[in-house]
Design a protein around this ligand. Sequence first.
Ligand code: ATP
Ligand code: MG
Length: 576
Amino acid sequence: MKLSKMHLKTLREVPNEAEIPSHILLLRGGMIRKLVSGVYGFMPLGYRSLRKIENIVREEMDKSGGQEILMSAIQPAELWQESGRWFAYGPEMWRLNDRHNREFCLGPTHEEIFTDIVRNEVTSYRQLPINLYQIQTKYRDEARPRFGLMRSREFIMKDAYSFDKDEAGLDESYKTMYETYERIFTRCGITYRAVEADTGAIGGSNSHEFTALSEVGESEIAHCTSCSMAATTERAEVKDTVSDSSEELLPMEKVFTPETKTIEDVSKFLGIEQKDTIKALLFITYDDEGNEKEYVAAFIRGDRELNETKLVNALGIHEHSIEFADEDKIAATTGAVGGFTGPMGLTNCKVVVDSELVGLKNLCSGANEKDYHFKNVNFDRDYKADLIVDIKTLTEEDPCPICGSEIKLARGIEVGQVFKLGTKYSEAMGAYYKDENQQDKPVVMGCYGIGVSRTLAAVVEQNHDENGIVFPMSVAPYHAVITVVKVKDEEQMKLAEELYNNLLSKGVEVILDDRDERVGVKFKDRDLLGIPVQITVGKGAVEGKVEFKLRREDSKEEISFEEAINRTKELVEKEK
Ligand code: ATP
Ligand code: MG
């Protein structure tokens, strides 16, 4: 492609709303364009990169026995009512009605649709196993769309669904997909970790998230420095600390603690450590019709953070069926007092106690009375629980829950997730097959997603410098760019054209920057766009010499026209 003919608009300025490098660079490079919040279009270069990723995904999925299909984005409500997710999916689902007032949604995911295909078309064990997948546009009305392609409301996903006769078959399918994902992300040039994950709204028993390591990522993951434990912090178990067995239970004591509404205040006031206090968090939960269901008071060690995913799982409710309660508003019913809430004497609310509090002695908690706390509070003797469960978030101070060694936390971008669904959907929706003995059995399912557009953002996030994107060859919109220093110089233009045609004939995807622009502008643009091989045709053209440089390296070399062709070809062959 000749740049003088390409529809390309790069920006000098950083767009206002863009906060992270991938978002800034994709907008500045004119690769994506925003329509409204969380909705983006792909321009020529961005679309080429997106298709490169799609093709890597497609090749690897096909190699693993996946069969590509394409389903509609529009889905009827009835299928979701059958699976029980029409409500469960919550406000993220983009719902719409047709002219007859029939309800539909724009698919946020496709478990129901694929289960429907299989229940209608698979009747015998002879037809199993199968793996069907698609690369298609998904819709989620995210509460906080941000970071460009990273969390958008319309995005491209590869979603695959496996259907097996039994659990052993599912284990096999899951393993195949896991390994396929390893190949896909490696080929995309992504540094990732596969970690155990929560199953969220998708459901099922077992799941792994593929996380591209990045400081700006929204996922937090933990891994052990000595064993193989690796999990999202949402999911990671936390070992309970316990008090010294020799420590005696002291008598409870009510203390005047004026204006000490936070854990920090009260621990300072009493001269105790935050870990010797109990933190209270109050919630309201809602039923499937959206009516208030119950109040929940959750208690954890004062210096800990609550893990809301664990709480929601323990309560057996949906993520969107719970919100923080105003302590003052619920005071009359429950006896909680804003800033002074403790686990003793609460009424009309479910008391959830973090498992760690059971083994800790002589803690300080709110007294459910303004300006008062209790010292020496002990579980069982002084307060009870409706539910005792691990609801705390793992920190680097905690030991590995498996082997006790040191753990490390890291941030990352969730680029893919694989789930063992089991028979959740096949039983709910009646997807049965006849086995060898003519018995009806539910199909055993797995599902496997990759955020294709989010992966493009992750590639850029991990591969850039202060001048722009540094695309890996496999995902770059073009392999090479030829920059002509002076387009009015016939010698230079002639050599550049020859180089361009030669590379094209060898299957190299190449751009010729033949724009009549200052060379400085052209250099800035080519760095911004991150094309891996940069060839400059300038004064040396008279002797058939060009300047050869890789975007990812600092050094450049003056080499012959022929050598430039050979080197480019070799590099593309090796890395594309
Ligand atoms: P997240 O936790 O980031 O909201 P999720 O766990 O809800 O994602 P899945 O249902 O597992 O997402 O979807 C499969 C893949 O689709 C994810 O691994 C992610 O890469 C991608 N994805 C999900 N939501 C978005 C979004 N809003 N924008 C872009 N990609 C997304
Ligand atoms: Mg996920």
